[in-house]
Design a protein around this ligand. Sequence first.
Ligand code: C5P
Length: 230
Amino acid sequence: MSEAGLVGGRARVGVIVPAAGSGVRLGEDSPKAFVDLGGSTILEHCVSGIAGAGIDAFVVVVVPAELVAHARELLPGVTVVPGGAHRSESVRAGLAACADADVILVHDAARPLTPPGVFRRVVDAVVAGHQAVVPGLPVADTLKRVVPGSTNAERVVDTVDREPLRAVSTPQGFTREALLRAHADNEGLATDDAGLAERCGIDVAVVPGDPLGFKITTQWDLRIARMLVS
Ligand code: C5P
């Protein structure tokens, strides 16, 4: 479907949920997406958040190969495929299972509390004609560029102007063509999909994110998430 078609017709939306990370930084016994968050896994929260966003999407979840059967039991009716060693490889595995979508979102399982409005803003911006869209928030902290110091302290080189900076999260939305182009290089690795799109010369638009879209990375984040769902 062309972009003009997306504006005129009803877009078919696919959501790829990369959930195949090990979660080493979280330090739990199971991979991060399978850690308990108030009685169900982080992954189940994430998928029900997508279902509740009102975007009528086809969902593909990407998990570690040894947890595919378990994820299928947790998420009946959801397509589950095995992931790769890097996030970008997991996204490419999901992309292969997302053949019918005109608009594709990539949404980290590690962001289970993302509010519905963020999904809708991203989908709406792609349908309106943007090839690639990310949710972003202004940066609150002062940012310093550092180099290794002489002892156990780093040395500040300069202070970065935070005004034009955005902290970017997921869901990141793409036309099918843009995401395929971004991932056409099977060796391409990046911490987000918009980064791969930028390297191909694709314009990336930013819509307002939401602090609830924070990523669970450390025990501190998990504590906050558990407090928020309790
Ligand atoms: O490691 P990080 O928190 O940045 O990972 C972001 C998301 O990508 C997580 O939901 C994680 O499960 C997923 N991921 C993946 N495959 C990998 C590494 C990370 O699906 N090999």
